[in-house]
Design a protein around this ligand. Structure first.
Ligand code: SF4
Length: 715
């Protein structure tokens, strides 16, 4: 047992980015690992959602990978760690010699810790490539891009606590915290609403967020149920309504002229973009009455403190950067940023997706979002590391998958599952089969691990220590109990061992057996973490930026200036770009996707949890009653969804939660994952795929082929 392992530990829930604290208790047997509440945990004060309460159920699941595996004649056989390491190192060396370092891709994991991702991106860069990325590419890459370039930091501008205490209005667009961030929703946002805050929700689908905020009969709660992919026209109506009103009634102060003048750049560009904009035509495109949108605009403009929440409904589009930029425009022209209860706030998905980006597991940035092509920044990191870093941004994970078998010859996957998580999943699987070498580090046999040559069995989140960074930039410590399976290893130890064996200076660069030692190096190269140490993090954690020891960390950003080159927030008018696929004769419906409260992403952990499976054992699709009538679909009947990329069979739920012409489903279940249908078209700048809109057809009279996630888990 390492110094970070005990039989009862306070740690952080492994699922979503809220960062709830939980206690893990280990009994007499190593596999007897139980959840217990952590009563005074800083974020959640002991409360958890269904996933947090069930998190320990998978730690000793019978499917755990317990021994290293190597593939021989198409079959996996057990191997020693020595043999597995040798295989990995030999293949990494061979690929670099034969094809060069850019023939490898490295996938970090937002389910693993800051220290592990820091070390993996260092390994990639020491290998000689910036081809390293993580699943933020699939969730908030566009949000991070827009926030970073227009405001300064790719993260929430505010904290959950100041939003609860100070916001008068929540504008929630393309986010569903009621389902995907349940404790943030119940403990922070709903509390604000009970105290009188107004909610405008913009989403094509009615969901738990809609229902959780319908707490009285007043006009405070509005749901704008727009057509998928019409977020830009909707926000342009809002922006133009505010500008028009200000022209006629400047005394009402709907826009903040002083803020625009002193703290922003580009207002004229927005005015020019909206000059000829036709609000009535745009409202028709959105599928909502113009007056409804104007009413929402008025509420936002009149609020003392208005906060925007943005989610994957905004980011997962080919125009994802522009979607988020338009939210930034709204906050900037009304001066709703730079003080408590305001701002533009992405609710981050996985428990450490924020931290994985912070520590540099991305192809264009080093730790602390320092650009790899900025000579000064790169050289400052090189000085600490003692080796040269490639100066061109690398490929993103989606690009790596699409180059597999072409320029990419090998893949190192740390705890990710691209065969299920990426769009057009069938073709991702085909391309991975063309690779010369794949190594996967994971806790279960994933759909991606099927394509591996070597599988390295890792310990779970409950068995190891480190730090994770939640959605409001709070860095918190995780602690682990004893290993459940003695021949599994911590991700940190595995990456460290590969590094030590792979490079001449490996013993110097990768000799870490303790996450705290890695964190100490990380803070030397990551200015926003520089003021943190394990001791200073304590049990409360610290918000970044935290530049020097003793800094308290900033719960809200940009009080005096933005972190852009000019110090000004960047306004930029954006125009409507419809989704790459729109309905046609062959595919007359629009498919859109989202996650459920009871499951998580590719279901690697959640579909193995008996508690979570009892809630939702298989995938389903929401169909509007008018579409159900047209196709002759009964509620509960199995249907087949088909897109240009694949098909899935699943149960239809006939409901007005979705709009006519729009079908809605989830990516969690392997046999019927929405990602067999989704479109891989990318946002040009952030390279995030357009998961949220794909042309689709429904077939009826099919046999039920929908998958029960893990029948054994229902026992
Ligand atoms: Fe875990 Fe998120 Fe639920 Fe909190 S809200 S218990 S972090 S899944």
């Amino acid at each position: 047992m390492s110094s970070d392992q005990h039989d009862q530990v306070k740690t952080i829930c492994p699922y979503c980015g809220v960062g709830c604290g939980i206690t893990v208790q280990q009994g007499e047997e190593p596999g007897d690992v139980q959840f217990m509440p952590w009563g005074d945990a800083p974020v959640n004060e002991g409360r958890v959602c269904i996933k947090g309460g069930a998190a320990t159920e998978v730690v000793d699941h019978e499917d755990r990978l317990t021994e290293p595996l190597v593939k021989e004649d198409g079959e996996f056989r057990e191997a020693t760690w020595e043999e597995a390491y040798e295989y990995v190192v030999d293949e990494l060396e061979r690929i670099r010699e034969e094809h060069g370092p850019d023939a490898m891709g490295f996938f970090g994991s937002s389910k693993t810790m800051n220290e592990e991702n820091y070390l993996l991106q260092k390994l990639a860069r020491r290998y000689g490539t910036n081809n390293v990325d993580n699943c933020t590419r699939m969730c908030h890459a566009s949000t991070v891009w827009a926030l970073r370039t227009s405001l300064g930091a790719g993260a929430m501008t505010n904290s959950m606590a100041d939003l609860r205490d100070e916001a008068d209005l929540f504008w929630i667009q393309g986010a569903n915290p009621g389902e995907q961030h349940p404790i943030a929703n119940s403990q922070y946002f709903r509390q604000a609403v009970l105290d009188g805050a107004t909610v405008i929700q913009v989403d094509p689908h009615a969901n738990k967020t809609t229902r959780s905020f319908q707490i009285d009969e007043t006009d405070r709660h509005q749901h704008l149920q727009l057509n998928p992919g019409t977020d830009i026209p909707l926000l342009n109506i809002v922006l133009k309504t505010i500008l028009e009103h200000h022209e006629e009634h400047p005394e009402d102060g709907w826009i903040d002229e002083e803020f625009i003048q002193k703290r922003t750049d580009g207002f004229e560009d927005l005015q020019a973009t909206l000059a000829e904009f036709d609000k009535a035509a745009a409202a028709e495109e959105c599928g909502i009455d113009l007056e409804e949108i104007e009413r929402a605009a008025e509420k936002y403009a009149k609020a003392d403190n208005a906060a925007i929440f943005t989610g994957m409904g905004m980011s997962q589009h080919a125009c994802g950067v522009d979607n988020v930029q338009n939210e930034i425009n709204l906050a900037l022209i009304t001066g709703n940023i730079g003080r408590p209860g305001t701002g533009v706030n992405p609710l981050r998905g996985q428990n450490n997706v924020q931290g994985t980006c912070d520590v540099g597991a991305m192809p264009n940035v080093l730790p602390g979002y320092q650009l790899v092509d900025d000579d000064e920044a790169r050289e400052s990191v090189e000085e600490v590391w003692g080796f040269e870093i490639p100066d061109e941004p690398g490929l993103t994970n989606v690009e790596i998958s699409y180059e597999a078998g072409e320029s990419i010859k090998g893949l190192y996957v740390l705890g990710e599952n691209p065969v299920m998580s990426e769009p057009d999943a069938n073709s991702v699987a085909e391309r991975l089969a063309d690779l010369e070498f794949v190594v996967v580090q994971d806790i279960f046999m994933t759909e991606t691990a099927d394509y591996a040559d070597v599988i390295l069995p890792a310990t779970t989140w409950a068995e190891r220590g480190g730090t994770v960074t939640n959605t409001d930039r709070r860095v918190q410590r995780m602690r682990g109990v004893e290993n459940v399976h003695e021949n599994t290893k911590h991700d940190l130890e595995i990456v460290s061992e590969v590094g030590k064996r792979l490079f001449d200076d490996g013993e110097e660069q990768f000799d870490f057996d303790d996450p705290e030692a890695v964190f100490e190096e990380l803070r030397q190269v990551c200015p926003i973490y520089h003021g943190m140490t394990y001791d200073l993090l304590g049990e409360e954690g610290l918000h970044w930026p935290c530049y020097e020891p003793g800094d308290e960390g900033d719960p809200f950003l940009y009080e005096d200036e933005f972190d852009t080159e000019s110090g000004l927030g960047q306004i930029e008018g954006v125009e409507h770009q419809p989704p790459a696929e729109t309905p046609d004769e062959e595919y007359p419906l629009i498919l859109t996707t989202a996650r459920l409260e009871e499951h998580y992403n590719t279901g690697t952990m959640s579909t193995r949890s008996p508690t979570l499976n009892r809630q939702t054992p298989e995938n389903f699709v929401d169909v509007h009653p008018a579409d159900a009538e047209r196709y002759g679909i009964e509620d509960g009947e199995y249907v087949r969804l088909r897109s240009r990329r694949g098909e899935i069979t699943l149960e239809a739920q006939v409901t007005e939660d979705t709009k006519e012409g729009v079908v809605w489903t989830t990516p969690h279940f392997a046999a019927a994952s929405a990602n067999k249908l989704t479109n891989h078209v990318l946002d040009e700048r952030a390279k995030i795929p357009e998961y949220k809109a794909a042309a689709t057809e429904i077939e009826v009279d099919v046999e039920p082929l929908g998958e029960t996630a893990d029948p054994a888990a229902d026992d």
